[in-house]
Structures are given as structure tokens and as C-alpha cells.
Write a protein that binds this ligand. Structure first.
Ligand code: TEU
Length: 540
């Protein structure tokens, strides 16, 4: 398949997810309606208008299904119900209806690699070796030496095997994550059918798609071979990459595509290279979109970003696959925090850090929202939040990811819009700087990060060049990344200064200034000088 400058020439109008800005909602931390200190569906529903105002096109909502919360919802004990902590199915239906009325799509999380150890399937599987659901999970007999069946390590404790010995039935079971998250056995046809049914359940309720968790995990090499010793210390979930998964994805794709209304799957393929991730788009018959993780871990350096972009184009363009861009999510430190920490390690002093931290995050926002591909904004990044410092006594996540999951501040009041009463506290401490970095305060301030996100999203929507347009890297001075987006005779250039010094870019002097990361009203012409940590969009 050839890729034209704009889009697959043979594919008709582009699907909605290619032009969309996605917004990730982590429900526990978004907004609380009932004062128990944990966010819920009614909380999300009450803030949908805020998200429509921001201009996002689609929500991805992290798990809200019945769960014992060993992994805060990524351990599902009933795929077809809402955990009472978050509300109920009627509340979910209302949320979808409200979002649709506001013009936003709703994509939900689907966790097919593993269930909770409290799922009735696993409870039955554990009841005896001959139980109906025994083969729904991955069991192995013990060796005489007592060692686990192979050397795979689990995701959250790199000293721990991805296996737990089940004493009552005398076999090991596999879990790429916590022992409370046993891996499903997708070689068992009944598992495939049951999991397909869970998709149908939500498609019938009107969801627009799924974010498929650890989707590259649903196929395992039947021999369960050791991971190479030179990769010791890397969890098996980051290495599992076998052909059978692709056939399973084609079936999932057919199922989802059989529904009217352009439903989609964005897969979490947590592999280490974009080349590996690209294979999960298949030949346009597997994932509609896949998260591209190397950029999420890339340092804030122009050269490194240029390389990420070139790798992504090299891996995806020949397949006609559409890229995604992610800077932050609920599993990793927020990008502002990552860039600040890296700068501190490189010797940036406190004074400079105070000046540059927000500016870098602003430039990153412009990058995220103007690259060719679908951007995913993690809740709170639009407020410029950093990770919370969580005191040891309040740490709860087995993977140590609490900092980026701190509750979202809604207003400058003491409780920041979380209706917690006496003696109740939010499940994690509030995000830092909440007196200034909250929705109400930032909405009233045109200079805020929130307004920068809103302006940039609006510019994207107004200019097909920024959504559909071709992408060409520009010749730039060191420390600057520049690219041209062009569509139907319109061309705009995005220039991003990754350095703390102003850089001469007189090649673009006199161009019409459409957006500047540090100025809400940059009417006029670009003067040819790119400020420190500044990003601009210009039309030449
Ligand atoms: O994440 C999969 C995953 O590979 C990452 O969690 C990674 O291993 C980890 O964050 C390193 O710190 C997905 C979900 O996004 C995550 O929240 C779940 O915990 C995990 O799957 C298990 O369902």
C-alpha cells in the first residue's frame, strides 16, 4: 500500500480516530461525586462539559469494572458490570449519552491478558484440576527442583517470577503482572468466545471503542521458553511478541468492525521498539491504532525527538498505519516531571528550573498536538500538573505509580472540588500546586496552560494541514525541531526550541504567527527569533 502525502489514497474519508484528540480519564482520580475520596462515573459525567470546552474529541476511560482493586481496576472480576465504587451501568449509559450529545466519543479499557484472581472463572479454575475453567488459565506442573516453569519475571517486582504455586491443586499459574492477576489462556476457545462476548456487551451499549490493555500478551509461545539471559531484569510483558497474537487480533478487528458507527481499538503494545509495535497494525486488519511508547520515554532533546519521529515514520508509513503520540499516562511520571528530573540530573539549578519547567511543558503540548498522528492527552497535563510527592504511608500502587495518579484539582478551595467530609481524605494526596493549577483558576486566566491546550486543539481543528496534512522535517539549527504540515495548498510550520537560549530562525522571519506557546494573542508576524523553550506555529 502506498502512502500519499496526506492519507491512503484508496481509503476514502479518514476515520474519526485519525483526526481526533483523545483525553485519558483515570476515574479514581478525575472527579468524585459522593465524597468517598475516590473518583467515579458521576464525577466524570459532571465534568464532560469542561472536556467539550477544552475541545477533545474522544475520552479513553481507564477501568471502572468490578474489581478487588489489587491493580486499581486492571484486575477485573466482572467485565460486564460497573464496580459499585464507580457507580452502575445506568450511570455509565448516561455518561455515554451525555458525551455523545456533546460531540465526544467514549472508548473504554478492556483487559484481556488477565483477570482478577477473584474472577469467578479463576475461582472455579482453582477449585480442582478438572474444573470447567481450569484450562482458562495457564498452568504448569512443578519440577522436582521446585523452580518456576521458566525464568519470566513479573512486571511490578523484577525479582519475582511471573508464576505462583497454587498449593491446593499442586500447579503453578502464570501472571505477567501481580499474582492477583492470573493470565488468561487464549489457546482455549471458550476463553476467546467469552472475551468476545465482553466486547459485544459494551459495543451493544454504544461505546465507540476500546483501549486494549497489554494486547500483545494474548498470544504466548506454547513452549513457554525462557527469556534470553541477556534480557534478565526486563519483565516478560515487555518481551512477549509471538505470531499467534496477530491472528487473534484479526478476529477482534472483524468483530469490532462488524458493528455500525466506526468503532475502534487502540492497543497498548508495550514493546520496546516502534518497529515491533508497528506489526500490530497488521495489514490494516489488526489494531486501528497502537500506542507508540518510545517517544513517551524519550528525553526532551530535539535530536532524540527527531529520531523518534523518523523511526515512527519508517515503521508505520510503509504499512499505511496511522501513528499515535503519548507523553504521559497513568503508568509513568508525567512528562513535565520527567523533563524536570532529567534537567536537574544534568545540573539545572533551581532558579533556571523554575523558569524553564512550565515553558518546556508548553512546548511539549504544542509538539504533541501538531505531530502527524493521533495525540492522547493524560488528564491533568492540560493543567500543567507535575507528579505528587507521595509520603510512604500513602503509597498504594504495587508498581509505584502513585505520583502521576494524584487527584485532579478542580478549584482553588481547600478540598479543590473533592467533596470529602470529616475524616475522609482523597485516596491519594492532591496534585501539587493545586491552589494555582486547578480548572477554575486556569480557565479564568488566558495565559494558563489550560488555555494553551485549548487554543492548540482549536487550531488543529481549524487547519486540516495539522490533522490530515503531510509531514516534512525542516532543516533547523541545533536544539530546534521543525516540521511542515501541508494539505490542499495550505502549509504551516511548527518550530520548537528545546534549549534554554533564544535561537535565530530568520528563515521563517515575516511568516504569519498562528500560535505561540508563551503568548495567548500572538497576532502578527514571526520576528525570526525563537525564544527559549518556545514553540510556534507559523504560516509562510
Ligand atoms: O500496563 C502494562 C505495562 O506493561 C505497564 O504497566 C508497565 O509494565 C508498568 O507500568 C511499568 O511501571 C497496563 C496498564 O496500563 C497498567 O496500569 C496495568 O497495571 C497493567 O497493564 C496490568 O493490567
Amino acid at each position: 500500500m502506498t502512502v500519499s502525502g496526506t492519507h491512503r489514497a484508496d481509503a476514502g474519508p479518514a476515520p474519526w480516530w485519525e483526526g481526533a484528540v483523545f483525553y485519558q480519564v483515570y476515574p479514581r482520580s478525575f472527579a468524585d461525586s459522593d465524597g468517598d475520596g475516590v473518583g467515579d462515573l458521576a464525577g466524570i459525567r459532571s465534568h464532560l462539559a469542561d472536556l467539550a470546552w477544552l475541545g477533545v474529541d474522544a475520552l479513553w476511560i481507564s477501568p471502572f469494572f468490578r474489581s478487588p482493586m489489587a491493580d486499581f481496576g486492571y484486575d477485573v472480576s466482572d467485565y460486564c458490570d460497573v464496580d459499585p465504587l464507580f457507580g452502575d451501568l445506568a450511570e455509565f449509559d448516561g455518561l455515554v449519552a451525555d458525551a455523545h450529545r456533546l460531540g465526544m466519543r467514549v472508548v473504554i479499557d478492556w483487559v484481556p491478558n488477565h483477570t482478577s484472581d477473584q474472577h469467578p472463572w479463576f475461582l472455579d479454575a482453582c477449585s480442582s484440576r478438572t474444573s470447567a475453567h481450569r484450562n482458562w488459565y495457564v498452568w504448569r506442573d512443578p519440577d522436582p527442583d521446585g523452580r518456576p516453569p521458566n525464568n519470566w519475571v513479573s512486571a511490578f517486582d523484577l525479582d519475582a517470577p511471573a508464576w505462583t504455586f497454587h498449593e491446593p491443586t499442586g500447579q503453578w499459574y502464570l501472571h505477567l503482572f501481580e499474582s492477583a492477576q492470573p493470565d488468561l489462556n487464549w489457546d482455549e476457545p471458550d476463553v476467546v468466545e467469552a472475551m468476545h462476548d465482553t466486547l459485544r456487551f459494551w459495543l451493544d451499549r454504544g461505546v465507540d471503542g476500546f483501549r486494549a490493555d497489554v494486547i500483545h500478551g494474548i498470544g504466548k509461545d506454547p513452549r513457554l521458553p525462557d527469556d534470553p539471559p541477556e534480557l534478565a531484569g526486563i519483565p516478560h510483558c515487555a518481551l512477549n511478541d509471538v505470531p499467534v497474537t496477530h491472528a487473534r487480533l484479526r478476529d477482534l478487528r472483524s468483530l469490532v468492525d462488524s458493528y455500525p458507527g466506526d468503532r475502534m481499538i487502540v492497543g497498548e503494545v508495550f514493546l520496546m521498539t516502534t518497529d515491533a509495535v508497528a506489526t500490530y497494525y497488521g495489514d490494516g486488519d489488526e489494531l486501528h491504532l497502537a500506542f507508540n511508547f518510545p517517544p513517551l520515554f524519550a528525553p526532551w532533546l530535539a535530536d532524540r525527538w527527531r529520531a523518534c519521529i523518523e523511526d515512527t515514520r519508517g515503521a508505520l508509513d510503509p504499512r499505511g498505519a496511522w501513528p499515535t503520540w503519548v507523553l504521559s499516562n497513568h503508568d509513568n511520571p508525567r512528562h513535565r516531571t520527567r523533563y524536570d528530573r532529567a534537567a536537574a540530573r544534568a545540573g539545572e539549578d533551581a532558579h533556571t528550573a523554575a523558569r524553564r519547567s512550565e515553558a518546556r511543558a508548553r512546548a511539549a503540548a504544542v509538539l504533541l498536538l501538531t505531530l502527524r498522528g493521533t495525540p492522547f492527552v493524560y488528564q491533568g497535563d492540560e493543567l500543567g500538573l507535575t507528579d505528587a510527592d507521595i509520603p510512604d504511608v500513602r503509597r498504594v500502587d504495587p508498581g509505584g505509580r502513585d505520583g502521576c495518579r494524584a487527584p485532579i484539582p478542580w478549584d482553588p478551595s481547600t478540598a479543590h472540588g473533592w467533596p470529602v467530609g470529616d475524616g475522609v481524605q482523597t485516596w491519594l494526596p492532591m496534585a501539587p500546586e493545586a491552589d494555582a493549577r486547578n480548572r477554575v483558576t486556569e480557565r479564568a486566566d488566558l495565559l494558563s496552560m489550560l488555555h494553551l491546550y485549548r487554543r492548540t486543539i482549536a487550531l488543529r481543528r481549524a487547519l486540516p494541514a495539522l490533522t490530515r496534512g503531510s509531514f516534512t522535517l525542516l532543516e533547523t539549527p541545533p536544539g530546534v525541531l521543525g516540521y511542515r504540515r501541508a494539505h490542499s495548498g495550505d502549509a504551516v510550520d511548527v518550530l520548537i526550541n528545546f534549549t534554554g537560549e533564544a535561537v535565530d530562525f530568520s528563515a521563517a522571519a515575516g511568516a504569519e504567527l498562528l500560535l505561540a506557546s508563551d503568548d495567548p494573542d500572538p497576532a502578527g508576524r514571526f520576528d525570526g527569533l525563537l525564544g527559549s523553550d518556545q514553540a510556534v506555529v507559523v504560516r509562510r
